[in-house]
Write a protein that binds this ligand. Structure first.
Ligand code: SAM
Length: 284
């Protein structure tokens, strides 16, 4: 009988790629996981429960997919590269709880997931590097049914996610994510656990959604954050004034009320500072 979740190894991945004569496409960010221990640690970090429905973006040849399906009720696996689909379908064939969506994860909509279908509650993915950052924020903003994200991303993205105020990588992306979810570093990963090895290191990062709504006020707050960081070198008063057309005197007065220096730059403000500033500027 076929082992439903064969141990992950370079040999296994090479065997599948050879069998299907697959040549990995750089444009799709195809760096396949080849380390059994890391796969186990990612799944442990995701704390899968028998009733969970997991969404996986970029299922590749299905070697992470089967390990997920073994631990939960259902997996919805998205894979855009149609050349990989025969291998993916073969790998997952021992399972009847995996649904493959051959679609672009960036454009994923509720309708793609199936109207009336039960929706996934966890995202676990080795994300394609070129679209990892937009996927994380888009899914946090739009798919409120996804409660936790356990994702492999390149180190540079992990640094942007986890940066503290004042650090070089701290930016609008960091603050917006912080509003939507609590994040933590799970694991740092070396390049040689992927085939082919990428040119940069990676990390596993986990998000736990906060109890906030991405409504019109949150969108307005995000516009304020984006405009504040749009010209990092400029003082916040100037960048917000030119970005949102709010009078400089009004911004300066709000900063004074918050006991924040008038010449502050966006990189020094925390999420809470931005929320306070937003409330004063929009008189909430
Ligand atoms: N899950 C596999 C693993 O861990 O070994 C493969 C991960 S690989 C880093 C990323 C996968 O995402 C590739 O299989 C690639 O074809 C797929 N991919 C790239 N862009 C995509 C997109 N826009 N939508 C869905 N899948 C995509």
């Amino acid at each position: 009988m076929k082992n439903r979740v064969p141990p992950l190894s370079p040999t296994l991945v090479k065997k599948i790629l050879n069998r299907y004569d697959l040549h990995l496409a750089k444009g799709f960010g195809q760096h396949f996981l080849i380390d059994d221990n890391i796969r186990r640690r990612i799944i442990e970090a995701a704390r899968l429960q028998p009733q969970d429905h997991v969404l996986e973006v970029g299922a590749g040849i299905g070697t992470l997919t089967v390990a997920l399906a073994d631990k939960c009720r259902q997996v919805t696996a998205i894979e855009l590269d149609s050349k990989l689909l025969p291998a993916l379908k073969d790998t997952i064939s021992p399972f009847n709880n995996i649904k493959v969506l051959a679609t672009d994860a960036v454009k994923l909509s509720l309708a793609d997931l199936g109207i009336g279908a039960t929706l996934p509650n966890k995202l676990v993915s080795n994300l394609p590097y070129n679209i990892a950052a937009p996927i994380i924020i888009k899914y946090l903003e739009n798919f409120s049914f996804l409660n936790t994200f356990t994702v492999m991303v390149q180190s540079e993205i992990a640094e942007r996610i986890l940066a503290a105020p004042g650090r070089k990588k701290y930016g609008a992306y960091t603050v917006k994510l912080e509003f939507l979810a609590a994040s933590r570093l799970v694991l740092k990963l070396s390049r040689d656990i992927f085939l082919p090895p990428p040119r940069v290191d990676s990390a596993v990062v986990q998000f736990k959604r906060r109890d906030v709504k991405f409504d019109s006020q949150a969108r307005q707050l995000f516009k304020l954050i984006e405009s504040a960081f749009s010209q990092r070198r400029k003082q916040l008063v100037n960048s917000v004034n030119s970005g949102l057309n709010i009078e400089k005197a009004k911004i300066a007065a709000a900063l004074t009320t918050l006991d924040i220096s008038a010449d502050i730059r966006a990189e020094s403000l925390s999420l809470d500072d931005f929320i306070d500033l937003y409330q004063l500027l929009y008189r909430l």
